[in-house]
Design a protein around this ligand. Structure first.
Ligand SMILES: C[S@@+](CC[C@H](N)C(=O)[O-])C[C@H]1O[C@@H](n2cnc3c(N)ncnc32)[C@H](O)[C@@H]1O
Length: 268
């Protein structure tokens, strides 16, 4: 799985000018809402670090823990030497140990293996709580494609049964990820979570983003990203949110939801 994401992150390491407006919007939203005092910060899905508003999260002498399954991409980024940042490689699903030879197994046996996969809280996050939690887009990437890639590389024929088992496990992986995100927060922690929801060639009408998502959901059902965001909103309290266009290149544009959430039962 690490290898899968190393390859993916290499393909997104160079951002051109078209990213600036998107990055600026994330920076402005996070800076406006972040606590103005020394804090313990964690970033999930740090990757190449290109969409992480480092300048504002490193103010007030904050300690930053940057995490991702792909340590190589995290080491590419250049930092101000005063940034108090530590990099830790981790899999939020704790699946790194998986290394089974599937070549001689029947389809039924492979489905059983997928069904039997269990997720765990990463050891490094088990005993530490953070004041500020940033989560870059990871719902759309969690489990399904990396595990599919793992099966294809082992020459496993991808049948409907195997796909269906993978989809079910992906829903569990999303629920697990939301559990981890909630678990690492304190009672008053501030969460900044952004997620790509839909992809199109054209820019989205951001004023009508909620309507567009609703129409998409009615027609196609819940995508992993929309499902993950829904789970988040069930578990945390949404304080504010904005929608952004994440314009990859002339043929790819994502609709992104950027949320500010808090833990606890009541607002502030
Ligand atoms: C869309 S990228 C986020 C963008 C990133 N901040 C950047 O600027 O490149 C999602 C990140 O999630 C990481 N990721 C995916 N699945 C993971 C997992 N199970 N555990 C930890 N990180 C994972 C990928 O390696 C990737 O860097």
């Amino acid at each position: 799985m690490k290898k899968f994401f190393e390859k993916y992150n290499q393909s997104t390491s160079e951002y051109g000018d078209r990213w600036n407006a998107y990055l600026k919007s994330i920076e402005t939203f996070v800076c406006a809402n972040i606590p103005k005092k020394k804090s313990e910060v964690v970033v999930l899905g740090f990757g190449n670090g290109n969409d992480i508003p480092l300048e504002c999260i490193s103010k007030f002498n904050n300690n930053i823990l940057a995490t991702d399954i792909d340590i190589k991409s995290m080491s590419n980024k250049k930092y101000d030497e005063n940034t108090n940042i530590r990099f830790v490689q981790m899999d939020y699903l704790s699946l790194d140990f998986i290394n089974i030879d599937l070549s001689n197994l029947s389809q039924r046996e492979i489905v059983k293996i997928i069904e039997g996969i269990e997720f765990d809280i990463p050891h490094e996050l088990e005993f530490t709580k953070f004041d500020i939690i940033l989560v870059a887009p990871i719902f759309s990437q969690i489990f399904y494609y990396s595990y599919l890639d793992f099966l294809v590389k082992q020459n496993v024929p991808i049948t409907i049964e195997i796909q269906s088992a993978l989809m079910k496990k992906t829903s569990e992986a999303l629920a697990h990820l939301v559990k981890v995100i909630k678990y690492i927060g304190k009672e008053n922690s501030n969460y900044f979570i952004w997620q790509d929801l839909l992809e199109d060639k054209f820019m989205y009408d951001l004023l009508n983003a909620e309507k567009i998502i609703l129409e998409y959901t009615k027609r196609y059902g819940l995508s992993p990203s929309i499902f993950g965001v829904q789970l988040l909103k069930d578990e945390l309290i949404l304080v504010d949110e904005i929608y952004l266009n994440w314009n990859f290149n002339e043929n790819r544009n994502m609709l992104v939801e950027l949320m500010y959430l808090k833990k606890g039962k009541t607002l502030l």
